[in-house]
Design a protein. Structure first.
Length: 284
């Protein structure tokens, strides 16, 4: 296999990504794998870049761009920009907090941070150690979209969902992919969900290993979904171009809000310990 690549683009501001439709129909097509314990083998990988959240205050603007507004999926939260109540670094953690606080006449506020145009990724391992919230209506996500989304649109740009969890199924962790051929709007979605033991109670590592011919998804050291390249057709494999990372905490929406929102549980905290990106070492 050829060496994997890390792309470092300039930090010039680019337009925000288009909103992708809500993933609530045709979700979780069949995986070609069953769950398998595969501990992370650090000897195979080189750490290329990391965000350890060790500087308190606002998320690093050289890495993260906040989305702003009511962005996608008919969700209840308003994403704010530059508001520490919704996104901040404290005690070595990135905290994304959803609040029912009526800020500027917005009943519910939260945050969504992206690396668009600042830290794109192409192949390698993306690992995020995080502690998710729980409660009916929550919808935390760790995911990527193609950097070319503004040119080709969704789902042609490709989407990689490293983690999704909805509060009405609190024990279930989901991984999914979206492309022109396989996506929830056509009810052809590819992905898998697994039941876990109270994932909100402690930190877990959510990861994808992105190769030139497959995507492998992990919950801690359990690989539970593999999506394999079928051909070079970008309609089924748009994952040969750079993608950017998104960390967000949504409330309600087409999937997260299917069973309503328990308004007695606010605030909700989505805590991220680190984001680490590895390149596969060349074999001698």
């Amino acid at each position: 296999m050829s060496p994997l690549h890390f792309l470092a683009l300039s930090a010039a501001a680019l337009p925000l990504a288009c909103a992708s439709p809500e993933p609530y129909a045709g979700l979780a097509g069949k995986s070609d794998s069953t769950s398998e314990k595969i501990p992370f083998d650090a000897t195979r990988w080189t750490l290329a870049w990391a965000e350890e959240f060790d500087r308190p205050g606002a998320p690093d603007p050289a890495v993260w761009t906040p989305e702003k507004g009511y962005v996608r999926n008919g969700e209840a939260q308003y994403y704010t920009s530059g508001r520490p109540e919704n996104a901040r670094v404290e005690n070595g953690l990135l905290v994304i907090e959803a609040r029912r606080d009526g800020w500027e006449d917005k009943p519910i506020t939260s945050a969504s941070l992206t690396t668009k145009g600042k830290r794109p990724f192409l192949y390698g391992r993306i690992a995020v150690r995080a502690k998710i919230p729980t409660g009916r209506g929550t919808w935390p996500a760790i995911w990527t979209l193609g950097e070319n989304v503004n040119q080709v649109g969704w789902p042609a740009c490709g989407e990689i969902d490293i983690l999704e969890n909805v509060g009405f199924e609190p024990r279930k962790i989901h991984a999914n992919i979206h492309c022109k051929t396989y996506n929830h709007t056509k009810r052809t979605g590819k992905g898998r969900g697994i039941n876990t033991d109270a994932p909100w109670s402690q930190f877990h590592e959510y990861a994808v290993e992105w190769y030139e011919n497959r995507l492998e998804f992990f919950f801690d050291d359990t690989r539970y979904f593999v999506f394999r390249k079928e051909s070079d057709d970008p309609a089924v494999w748009p994952f040969s171009k750079p993608q950017y990372l998104i960390l967000n905490l949504a409330i309600g929406g087409g999937w997260g809000g299917q069973k309503g929102i328990d308004e007695s549980l606010f605030p909700h905290r989505f805590e991220i310990d680190y984001v680490r990106y590895y390149q596969l070492k060349e074999t001698p």
